[in-house]
Design a protein around this ligand. Sequence first.
Ligand code: GLN
Length: 189
Amino acid sequence: MKRIGVLGLQGAVQEHLDMLRQIGEIEACMVKYKADVENIDGLIIPGGESTAIGRLLSDFDLTVPLKARIENGMPVWGTCAGMILLARNISNDERRHLEVMDIEVMRNGYGRQLDSFKTTVDIPAVSAQKVPLVFIRAPYVVDISPQVEVLLSLDGHIVACRQKNMLATSFHPELTGDLSFHKYFADMI
Ligand code: GLN
């Protein structure tokens, strides 16, 4: 059985665990300590506050082992703050975190115009049905390398993309009740 971890330091942790458990045939667990990193087949980095999660990652000595597993091909999915943690570059912040994905993100890109909003989109690579999206002080991607595949752009901004074993979304599928993105990620494992 696939064992998918959710980084459990801060943010929307329980919501992701609940969604994974609804899919079935998946063991979902919280990842908090170094030893947990070795016992998973894939990892979700939830939304929350990227500065706080980034600091806790290093306080819990998780940055180096996680980075190594991702670079060795473990599937990872960052939602919102999780996207910021994966990014190699952050346009409006000097901090860097895991620096594994060839994307440049703008923190709070949607922050000033629209603090939080919902929409529904067609995203055939992920689901045959329309998918609801929830954005909360969300980042978006401003630049990608040729290795990164865009899954969804909204109003000219990239909000979902994939680079091999890495998936990043600006929005929060764990808050919608729609399992499409969780199933898509489980299929990456
Ligand atoms: N704005 C937050 C940050 O910069 C991310 C928001 C979220 O994860 N919902 O970390």
